[in-house]
Ligand binder design. Sequence first.
Ligand SMILES: Cc1cc2nc3c(=O)[nH]c(=O)nc-3n(C[C@H](O)[C@H](O)[C@H](O)COP(=O)(O)OP(=O)(O)OC[C@H]3O[C@@H](n4cnc5c(N)ncnc54)[C@H](O)[C@@H]3O)c2cc1C
Length: 397
Amino acid sequence: MTEWKNFDLLNPTDEHKMLRDMVKSFVEAEVEPQAHEYNRKEKFNLPLFKKLSDLGLLGITVPEEYGGAGLDAVAVVIAHEELSASDPGFCLAYLAHTLLAVNNLAVNGSDAQKKQYLPGLSNGSLIGAMAMSEPDYGTDALGMTTTAVKKGDRYIINGRKMWITNGAIDDNKTACDFVWLYAKTGEKNGRALISTFMIEKGDKGFYVGQKITNKLGMRASNTAELVFENCEIPADRLVGNEGDSTHHMMRNLEIERVGLAAMALGIARRSLEIMNKYATERHSFGKPLNAYGQIQKYIADSYAEYKASEAYVYDTARRLNLTKEGNRLDSDGVKLVSTTMSKNVADRAIQVLGGYGYVGEYVVERLWRDSKLLEIGGGTLEAHQKNITRDLAKAGL
Ligand SMILES: Cc1cc2nc3c(=O)[nH]c(=O)nc-3n(C[C@H](O)[C@H](O)[C@H](O)COP(=O)(O)OP(=O)(O)OC[C@H]3O[C@@H](n4cnc5c(N)ncnc54)[C@H](O)[C@@H]3O)c2cc1C
């Protein structure tokens, strides 16, 4: 349905267009055929994930000198939108690797640290995760209690991290290869001083606590609790200066939120396509469903809300610089508005499909379940409302 599309907005350059075409073809050939099965089995498709490296997608924002594709935030949106139009669970694993772990290192690591890990993370030989949330601290991330204490040329880390996407890689609770870990290294004026450490699979005292199962959605991605029990790492795994990470932890949330908003676009677009086709083909009382005003409201409202989100997400991505000062206000804004939009559109799609919408084969029930996570992960709706209100007040608007 190309007539929906404003390609100047969606693909501002030829490179963006080529990227979209490439991801779309990959999704059609490789992602879509496995999406239903992996969701049903609640399984992460690791071999398929590694294939993303052939497309240059695993190091999408990594500079070419470190083995990546060196692309921008619009490219990030394109990849996440296209993958999520088919399999948001698989895409969440992709987001955790590329944006939460890899982009963070590409922006904040030293040259030596980047040379050590980025080539492997970009070519699929290493799978990454980011560990910020804890069992008792999510939205209140700065309350974290995981500690890192320097002893000679080592750091000793103790604590537990919760809800970590890609934390466990397979069904045997094997930890992922690389964890971008936030831990507390001190306090100043009653506030935690946060530092970043790079953890490797096999580090002494680092293991998977529990793999979280029975998730409502995003079942094609693994979620795990990670445990650090007198975990000992060399001191050169500290990123930047001790106690200096709060700023970059918050900054990286911006591209995460834009990526999650892009996932919402993919979910909404697919839901809309499915409900539109169904309402055109399915007849009731001798007329197609889309002849009825109530069904028209579902479709038309969904289309207009989706298009509004699309414009906001792409505009924000175009203005988001991955390395310099960012745009906290609108990264909160796009996630706030797009995620609930996608849940509502998927919900209406289920309604339009009636009983068929309620079963897995027709896709929209999975999209609806997956969309709910987008209102929680990477910041809850309430956190975005709080941040936006605070930033607008500061700006004096
Ligand atoms: C599938 C999945 C994958 C995830 N992946 C990762 C990952 O890879 N890495 C990672 O670090 N984390 C990850 N998370 C964690 C996620 O970021 C947190 O769940 C989220 O930040 C919310 O934290 P919480 O669950 O502790 O809820 P809480 O912070 O306890 O919030 C509970 C409720 O209270 C509300 N609330 C809290 N504080 C306030 C306030 N001040 N004002 C108003 N309302 C408030 C919240 O908005 C929410 O509605 C993941 C979570 C899930 C479910």
